[in-house]
Ligand binder design. Structure first.
Ligand SMILES: O=P(O)(O)OC[C@H]1O[C@](O)(CO)[C@@H](O)[C@@H]1O
Length: 548
């Protein structure tokens, strides 16, 4: 960490301490232009960060911080195909996947665009064939159901986006099986007809234990019903490991490849998006890519002060490192974005849940926060109590569209918007003891009783939130929103000087699961196992856990 960065972090901390007395309400009262100064628009997409405790001084310091951390140069290196994933020696080029034919993106001097365009074209032919009923099952019947088998980045992206774009879904039904828990596959398959079911096995590495177990069981289900010869017509695969796919027995013309420079959690734009393309069609999928491409162009060119991902990242740095908030809630007031929090958990926490710098030294500041959330209004009736009155403030990120898609239910959308605005307003304003007391007295509550009840009705207020507002959640808008979050994660990682593109933290558990499988099968704990795990294994075996 350079002396410059240290100095700016210290200046931010000092400013925060000095400004602590000012409530958000007082900041608005003192400055009628606060919203227009602390919000940023890209066409219809608006980021309002005026309901945070940022001031002109601290915002300027945060821009200094981004500059001192070399955000612009790091961004340019990523977009130019440099091998910035230094622990895996890989370029990071998910942005190439949204570029158009004819553009040039070099990796090691080689233009990757012809291959990108080629795979996208092959996906389009296959997806449109499935949608039109010209690509069929073994018996010539049209596919009514498509089951995607994958986990992590090979599941969350297409699952989130297929739900998000439900109003545009006019292809076969989509199902997503990720968990190795047999319940996930079993419950999905029990209502499906093998004759009209297509499986897509999605795995970047084609070695992931859960995906391979589910794929093998799905294959057995299909072959058991239709015979081994039918497997080829009912399976497709998405992977970077083409040799392993072919060993699994999936025909080469049913395999859609991608490249090691696409991280799993950044892969929705690649062939991993095939289920989404089957759901909404190749044209709408292109609009999804275009939304992301336009956001990429904005990220690449806009000055830091007018750069949406940068601003969103700086609010994140402010809340995590200067205000000390350990979590952030993502609350889409958009039921179709119900899976967005889960998607962002992987995008953000797998990218920035790191404790050493790119040089392998301990980080100087806290890195990625815990990301969590649920759609509004449901969250209001569950955990908003704590967000309003709990002892640990939680910065909230609201998402809301001006319009929904549901004919005849426009009034519902009006109510949804009112709730979204009400929550950020209530968090910001709060309610004082005097106000609480006054309201009780106005309702005719006796003074003594009002005194007893009032403290329970106090809201501290000054609870921060940012809001992303857009016109309607169509494929283009979704593409922009997801790209915005990707680049936000990038900028935060760049400021923390961590590698946001590896995920060594998931490896130890995977290794131990492999080691423990024989122990669970035999019911005999290896001597190396802790007393706790050995005791649990013994208990479960005694209760009848299935053996090999
Ligand atoms: O696509 P794959 O190779 O099956 O990996 C699935 C997921 O597993 C992880 O490696 C972590 O467990 C993710 O990064 C990835 O998205």
């Amino acid at each position: 960490m350079s002396a410059d960065i240290d100095r700016i972090f210290n200046a931010l901390t000092d400013s925060h301490a000095q400004e602590k007395g000012a409530t958000l309400a007082s900041l608005f009262a003192a400055d009628p232009d606060r919203f227009s100064r602390l919000s940023l628009r890209l066409d219809d997409l608006l980021l309002d960060y005026s309901k945070t405790s940022l001031t002109d001084t601290t915002r300027a310091l945060l821009f200094d911080l981004a500059r001192a951390a070399g955000v612009e140069a790091k961004r340019d290196a990523m977009l130019a195909g440099a091998r910035i994933n230094i622990t895996e020696d890989r370029a990071v080029l998910h942005t190439a996947l949204r570029r158009r034919a004819g553009e040039v993106v070099l990796v090691d001097g080689q233009d990757v665009m012809p291959e990108v365009v080629g795979v996208l074209g092959a996906m389009g032919v296959f997806a449109e064939g499935v949608r039109a009923g010209t690509v069929t099952g073994e018996g010539g019947e049209r596919f009514t159901d498509v089951v995607n088998i994958g986990i992590g980045g090979s599941d969350l992206g297409p699952a989130m986006a297929t739900l998000a774009l439900a109003p545009y879904h006019d292809g076969p039904r989509l199902h997503f099986v990720s968990n190795v828990d047999g319940a996930h596959l079993y419950d999905t398959l029990k209502s499906l007809d093998p004759k009209t079911t297509l499986f897509i096995v999605a795995s970047k590495t084609f070695t992931t234990q859960e995906t391979m177990a589910n794929a093998r069981s799905a294959r057995a289900w299909l072959a058991g019903a239709l015979g081994e010869a039918a497997v080829g017509s009912h399976f497709a695969a998405v992977s970077t490991a083409l040799d392993k796919v072919s060993a699994f027995g999936i025909a080469p013309d049913r395999v859609f490849g991608f490249w090691d420079w696409v991280g799993g959690r950044y892969s929705i734009w690649s062939a991993v998006g095939l289920p989404l393309m089957i759901a909404i069609g190749a044209e709408a999928f292109r609009a999804f890519l275009d939304g992301a491409a336009d956001l990429d162009a904005h990220f690449a060119a806009a000055p830091l002060e007018e750069n949406l991902p940068v601003l969103l990242a700086l609010t994140g740095i402010w809340h995590r490192d200067i205000c000390g908030y350990a979590t952030r809630a993502v609350i889409p007031y958009d039921q179709h974005l119900a899976r967005l929090p889960a998607y962002l958990q992987q995008l953000d926490m797998e990218s920035n849940g790191k404790r050493v710098t790119r040089e392998g030294k301990p980080v100087a500041h806290d890195t990625g926060p815990v990301v969590w959330g649920e759609p509004g209004t449901n969250g209001q009736h569950a955990f908003f109590q704590l967000i309003h009155q709990g002892t640990s403030p939680v910065p909230v990120e609201f998402l809301v569209a001006a319009r929904g898609h549901e004919p005849g239910l426009e009034r519902h959308h009006t109510m949804l918007m009112a709730n979204c605005l009400a929550q950020s307003e209530a968090l910001m304003r709060g309610r004082t003891l005097e106000e609480a007391r006054g309201q009780l007295l106005a309702k005719g509550v006796a003074p003594e009783e009002a005194e007893r009840l009032a403290p329970h009705r106090v809201f501290p207020g000054s609870r921060p939130s940012v809001t992303l507002a857009y016109s309607i959640l169509d494929p283009y808008a979704l593409g922009r929103i997801i790209a915005l979050y990707e680049h936000r994660v990038f900028v935060e990682g760049a400021i923390w000087d961590i590698n946001s593109f590896d995920q060594w933290g998931v490896e130890l558990g995977k290794e131990l699961a492999d080691t423990l499988l024989p122990a669970v099968e035999s019911g005999v704990a290896p001597p190396s196992l802790s007393g706790s795990s050995a005791g649990l294994l013994q208990h479960l075996s005694a209760l009848g856990a299935p053996a090999a």
